[in-house]
Ligand binder design. Structure first.
Ligand code: NAI
Length: 326
């Protein structure tokens, strides 16, 4: 029976990379019924109704206005569906020349996805003074720490690093660390280390190869994800998965890229690699592995790459090259 998947094309380059990804997934032969829905601000009923049935979504980026306007659609989705784990594997692609291409980078980022400064609890205390509440709970911190360690055990990874600023935010980041330490104590075979977030940024740029699995609260996870994407060739590449106990929504790390939207220039690799994660999640291991290999082959050939990674191909030429390998 075909898998029913909720497809949210999103804004900006979203529809372009979503279309490319659908073409590539269909070329794997995996049986998928796409249910296309639109995620508009304040009108997410259709999205939730579809995900309630399908339980699995593939999502393009959605725009969020700066300093005002509607709440982020992503934050709303992640909170409402309890998608507490944001998983982002950051890997070097074969043949791609980056500043760090000679390093065997293979990081896995586990970002807490439902709270922290993304609680959306902000108010003006008196004119000229505003407060934003950073909410850290034992429950959510335990869940993300367990996700990181359980995945690391399954994948035989050697080290988990918790990233924090508990020297300053002693209570909130302190609680996050306490939870990570508690979970770490149940996995003696995995090395556990901690790093203050500012030092972590410097270390990631200077010696990224020392890192393996990172576990972070929401805001640091957001920032470090983009930094890590920069190490392996940029936002056009890095995939992601938002996972909860009952639902999973797969999406790239990147946003709507308004500077290149509608021009056929976007790199669909990040969403295609998110679809690889989705196919594994659905148990379609063969289709997942073949799509991954096809993407790797296009990179190794270095003939049909998009502009962000040094090539000249359009979104559609890159996609046809991937399909050619399937
Ligand atoms: P962005 O990720 O959209 O773009 C940053 C830079 O990376 C731009 O130069 C862009 O052209 C480039 N880039 C991103 N994805 C690319 C791709 N697939 N191929 C080639 N180049 C790519 O970040 P920005 O400009 O900060 O945000 C734009 C909008 O996206 C905002 O409204 C933001 O809220 C939203 N956003 C949505 C996300 C989501 O829905 N998951 C995640 C991040 C941002």
């Amino acid at each position: 029976m075909a898998h029913q998947i909720t497809l949210i094309p999103g804004d900006g380059i979203g529809p372009e990379v979503a279309e490319a990804t659908v073409r590539a997934v269909e070329a794997t032969g995996a049986a998928i019924d796409w249910e296309r829905v639109t995620a508009a601000p304040g009108e997410l009923d259709e999205v939730f109704a579809s995900l309630e049935v399908t339980r699995v979504g593939l999502k393009g980026p959605t725009a969020t206005p700066i300093a005002g306007g509607h709440q982020s659609i992503n934050v709303a989705l992640r909170k409402k569906l309890g998608l507490y784990t944001n998983f982002r594997p950051v890997r070097m692609l074969p043949g791609l020349k980056t500043r760090f291409h000679d390093l065997p980078l293979n990081l896995a980022i586990f970002r807490e996805n439902t709270e922290d400064l993304y609680s959306g609890l902000e108010h003006e205390v008196v004119p000229g003074v505003v407060e934003s509440l950073k909410v850290i709970t034992h429950n959510a911190s335990m869940k993300i720490a367990r996700s990181a360690f359980e995945w690391s055990r399954r994948e035989s990874r050697r080290k988990v690093t918790a990233i924090h600023k508990a020297n300053i935010m002693k209570l909130s980041d302190g609680l996050f660390l306490k939870c990570c330490r508690e979970v770490a104590s149940h996995y003696p075979q995995i090395q556990y280390t901690e790093l203050i977030v500012d030092n972590a940024c410097m270390q990631l740029v200077m010696r990224p190869e020392q890192f393996d699995v990172l576990v972070l609260p929401n805001l640091y996870g957001d920032i470090i994800s983009d930094l890590a994407a920069g190490l392996v060739g940029g936002l056009g590449i890095v995939p992601g998965a938002n996972i909860g106990d009952h639902h999973a929504v797969f999406e790239a790390v990147h946003g709507t890229a308004p500077d290149i939207a509608g021009k056929g220039l976007a790199n669909p690799t990040a969403l295609m690699q998110s679809a690889v994660l989705m196919l594994f999640h659905l148990g379609e291991r063969d289709a997942a592995a073949r799509l991954e290999q096809a993407i790797y082959q296009v990179y190794a050939e270095n003939r049909h790459l998009t502009g962000d990674v040094g090539g000249k191909a359009s979104t559609s030429e890159f996609t046809s090259a991937v399909i050619g390998h399937l």
